[in-house]
Design a protein around this ligand. Structure first.
Ligand code: TXA
Ligand code: MG
Length: 322
């Protein structure tokens, strides 16, 4: 474990540096949300197009009105119910939010992360921390401090190590600037839970490439090609790929598909759907470490966080097809 402290991280943020920190979803690459120079560097390190907005992390629901202007009753209900938690709310922005954060939009994405170390950092810093996931644009998000160092090296000034992220998939993004609110990205909180909190149905706008760049069709991709298959088709597909000389892995929850041909690498299978989310990105990274050419991924059932897993696998598959 590192001997780096929250106070060290605050000092780096105050002088405009970049700090990677753990959230319950994935590690974020953070900077002072009100420092334009720091924001420019953040985008450069991320290799992220400047019109793609970043989320501002805030210390608690009581900071909502500092960062938003006239947040709707729906936004307040969701914040009250699920902050801290894996939930990002898109709301009209307040004057302290610059175009550099929102890519010129008049809305801002806000979220209160859950781990004590993240909340401690936010409380001690006092301001908002703008943070995308701490990976290069379009690649697999990091769920450990080691992943962050591997991906970003010296481009990040300090990494706060809080161990592996509990949820393992990015936050659910709900656009509360419209009524009814719309889900822009599936994530840690299932759609039916959002609807229950609101006491109403919600729209799904998860395919809008412009609505939220994390929802671009191709994203979250490892170097290996990802192919999504049903469990029953995995063995035949693996055999065909092996016959063409490719190194093949299978990612599936326990019990893994039967009758897989010899030579297939079975990536350590998660036991249930929550564990699948927790280990998904780590397994995709394992596939790259083992220099696999192809990962045959069997998605879990569509319920709960399973929908978000299936979404990420589909995008990883499209990403690797390019
Ligand atoms: O779980 C998470 O949300 C992680 C942790 C670090 O908090 N962060 C994360 O950030 O996934 P990033 O930058 O990889 O994805 C942020 C997503 C993007 O899809 C972006 O388009 C969307 O949030 N977003 C941010 N502000 C927005 C806005 N004003 N309108 C629409 N989408 C927005
Ligand atoms: Mg990301």
């Amino acid at each position: 474990m590192s001997s780096v402290t929250v106070a060290d991280a605050v000092a780096v943020l105050r002088r405009g540096g970049l700090v990677a920190f753990p959230t319950e979803t994935v590690y974020g690459l953070g900077c002072d949300a009100e420092n334009l120079e720091a924001l420019h560097r953040l985008y450069a390190v991320k290799r992220r197009p400047s019109d793609h907005p970043v989320i501002v992390h805030i210390p608690g629901a009581d900071a909502l009105d500092r960062w938003s202007h006239d947040a709707s009753p729906s936004a307040r209900k969701l914040a009250e119910a699920r902050w801290p938690g894996p939930l990002t709310l898109v709301v009209p922005r307040s004057d302290r939010v610059s175009d550099a954060v929102t890519g010129g939009r008049d809305t801002v994405g806000l979220r209160v992360p859950e781990p004590p170390i993240a909340l401690e950092l936010l409380a001690a810093f006092g301001g908002g921390i703008a943070a995308p996931s701490a990976n290069r644009f379009g690649r697999v998000s990091p769920t450990t401090a080691t992943d962050v160092r591997h991906d970003l090296g010296d481009d990040v000034d300090l990494v706060l190590d809080g161990g592996p992220c509990e949820v393992g998939l990015e936050s659910t993004i709900v656009d509360c600037s419209t009524e009814p609110p719309a889900i822009l990205r599936l994530g840690g909180i299932p759609t039916d839970e959002i609807a229950t909190i609101l006491g109403a149905t919600v729209d799904l706008r998860i395919d809008g490439a412009v609505a939220a760049p994390g929802t671009m069709p191709a994203h979250y991709a490892p170097a290996a090609e990802v192919i999504v298959v049903e469990a029953g088709a995995a063995a035949a597909r693996a055999a065909a790929l092996l016959a063409s000389g490719r190194r093949v892995g299978v990612l599936a929850a326990d019990p893994v598909p039967r009758d897989l041909p010899a030579g297939v690498v079975v990536l350590d299978p998660p036991g249930d759907v929550d564990e699948y989310a927790h280990v998904l990105y780590a397994r995709l990274r394992d596939a790259d470490r083992q220099a696999l050419d192809v990962v045959l991924a069997v998605p879990p059932a569509d319920a709960g966080i399973g929908a978000a897993i299936a979404d990420r696998l589909a995008r990883a598959a499209r990403g690797s097809a390019q």
